[in-house]
Design a protein around this ligand. Structure first.
Ligand code: ADP
Length: 565
């Protein structure tokens, strides 16, 4: 984003009025505001009283207030990296409240890992109706206020429901009109207004709570307007001082919609609807593109994907824009939550195992899964798992092309996923065509996923593109050998098996061609059936590989430290 544009924006942006409207004024609710979903009277009294947000700027400390120093304590705990950073995560999903894919995992695990790196983390999420009741019951009303949103000045209710868990503070933005649908994502007609509202409400909520982070870390297009609103409409308020990081988890989804609609739902100044910021083409505006322009730093979830998205093939139409902003673009590979994925303690597994007994005990999980799914029970079958959204991103066309060749009588395939009808139907067909050898679970089921990761010998991830990919990391953690295409995070995390040195973690292929996928599967089968000791050594190597968040969290922390408020 050229600086010139920022200056223009600031000149035309409606600054002060918005600021004050973002501050809580319960008495100002209008008919257009929506009622909160939760009962709140008791808690409401406890909600923090706050004057105009702008007036707080001078008083509000940007850093959390330091504790009064008492007698010097013994240095018992390991030294924490200094200084401390406060971070607000803003995104559209987070395990275990709501998860549709990898973003949900990251929003859950990264804040926890950052706390161990001396960061203070608050996670801001929409309060969807589909969040399980057990979590809804634990949320505490934190306050509410009304906020201007649309071009015609409609005001909307913003409620804040808080839940503190495992050291992380989760603040849910509550508004029945936007979040009472069954799923987090429905269709763009509803999702565009929903996430315009959410991005602005999240910033206003930070001001309301008087919690001004050093860093606002936004995720994907749903939160991409946060840096834009921050600079165009929140100047002079406490949150204006925060630096912003925008992480691309999947460039395919950008929040593109017609300009008029986005103008209406954001009320952003006309100057921002040009090619450097929001404009996509003559009719459409692009929310992610605008966020990339305004964010202080852009990250994506692997080094390879960071380079790939600057090329036309992977750039999804934004490659030139990303090349322009490449100076602030960085790749940091995801990790996984090793507590959540621990085969030694996982209560969802029929048989628990660790690195010392994986070879023996994994077979018991395989037999249990075969029995549960109606597959032929035989511990010597080569069981291939596929746990995935069923979309063309995931390389399913290649699998379709090789299915007859893959099913050689010694191989079983277990699929778990939902998605496009054509793929769901194809896997249903294979289940029927290869009875007893293929099982297609067309569903979303956490428990079944755990059982497949533990039971399978190999996991297939032949993606067309893969920003990071978590399934190959989970597979390795469970001692299941990944077979992957060398793209994005798959390339960064799976070291190809080298038969001469007996090194590597999985089997890989480069070009997006069915023959190469089949070849990779056949190489895996050759080692499995003819050199089992080498296979077993690879299983142990995979389990020993560090796929935790610690390393990534350190890199994020260093990035936050670079961004001086
Ligand atoms: P993406 O975010 O592109 O969907 P990732 O590999 O980054 O892919 O993350 C997928 C996550 O969703 C993993 O945790 C995987 O186990 C989980 N997952 C995908 N499909 C299912 C399913 N049908 N049932 C249970 N978990 C699933």
């Amino acid at each position: 984003m050229p600086t010139k544009k920022t200056a223009e924006t600031k000149e035309t942006a409606p600054l002060t009025p918005e600021v004050n409207e973002a501050a809580p004024k319960a008495a100002e609710k209008t008919a257009a505001e929506k009622k909160p979903a939760a009962k709140k009277p008791a808690a409401k009294k406890a909600a923090p009283k706050k004057d105009k947000a702008a007036e707080k700027v001078a008083e509000a400390p940007v850093q959390p207030a330091e504790q009064p120093v008492e007698a010097p304590a013994a240095p018992a705990a390991p030294a924490m990296p200094e200084p401390r950073r406060s971070v607000a995560f803003i995104g559209s999903e987070c395990y275990p409240f709501v998860k549709t894919g990898g973003l949900g995992d990251v929003m859950y695990a990264l804040p926890k890992a950052l706390i161990a790196q001396n960061c203070d983390v608050k996670v801001i999420l929409p309060r969807y109706k589909c969040i399980p009741q057990k979590y809804q019951d634990k949320m505490v009303f934190r306050g509410d206020f009304s906020m201007d949103l649309t071009a015609d000045g409609r005001r909307y209710y913003v409620g804040i429901m808080e839940y503190v868990w495992d050291g992380v503070v989760y603040d849910f933005i509550d508004n029945e009109e936007f979040f009472s649908w069954g799923n987090p994502y429905t269709n763009l007609v509803d999702d565009i207004p929903k996430f315009c509202y959410f991005a602005k409400a999240a910033l206003a909520a930070l001001n309301y709570m008087n919690w001004v982070p050093d860093i606002i870390h936004c995720h994907d297009w749903q939160a991409a307007l946060v840096p834009v609103f921050q600079q165009a409409m929140f100047q002079g308020t406490p949150v204006a001082s925060a630096k912003s990081v925008l992480t691309i988890h999947n460039l395919r989804f950008q929040g593109i919609y017609n300009t008029q609609t986005i103008k209406y739902w954001t009320n952003l100044p006309d100057a921002l609807f040009d090619y450097a910021v929001l404009k996509q083409n003559w009719v459409d505006a692009n929310m992610l593109k605008a966020g990339l322009s305004y964010a202080s730093m852009i990250t994506t979830v692997s080094h390879t994907y960071a380079a790939e998205i600057q090329t036309p093939f992977y750039g999804e139409g934004l490659d030139a824009h990303l090349r322009y902003h490449s100076g602030k673009l960085r790749g940091i590979v995801n990790g996984i939550d090793c507590q959540q994925w621990d085969t030694m303690t996982d209560p969802l597994l029929p048989v628990n195992y660790g690195i010392t007994d994986v070879v023996e005990k994994k077979k018991a999980d395989k037999l249990a899964l075969q029995a549960a799914l109606g597959l032929e029970q035989n511990e010597n079958k080569f069981v291939i798992g596929l746990i995935s959204r069923l979309t063309n991103q995931k390389g399913l066309d290649l699998i379709n092309a090789i299915m007859p060749a893959l099913m050689d009588g010694n191989t079983q395939v277990v699929v778990l996923g939902t998605g496009d009808k054509e793929y769901e139907d194809a896997f249903r067909y294979y289940e029927n065509a290869y009875k007893g050898s293929v099982c297609s679970n067309i569903m979303y089921d956490e428990g079944r996923a755990h059982q497949i990761y533990a039971a399978a010998d190999a996991l297939l991830v032949p993606s067309l593109f893969e920003p990071c990919g978590l399934t190959q990391l989970i597979a390795m953690r469970c001692g299941t050998v990944p077979i992957v295409r060398e793209t994005g995070g798959l390339k960064d995390t799976v070291q190809p098996y080298n038969e001469f040195t007996n090194e590597g973690n999985g089997f890989t292929f480069d070009r997006y061609e069915a023959g190469l996928l089949l070849d990779a599967c056949n190489r895996a089968k050759t080692v499995y059936f003819t050199a089992r000791d080498r296979w077993d050594q690879m299983v142990v190597r995979d389990m020993a590989k560090d796929v935790s968040w610690e390393n990534s969290a350190k890199q994020y922390r260093d990035l936050y430290l670079e961004l001086k408020p």
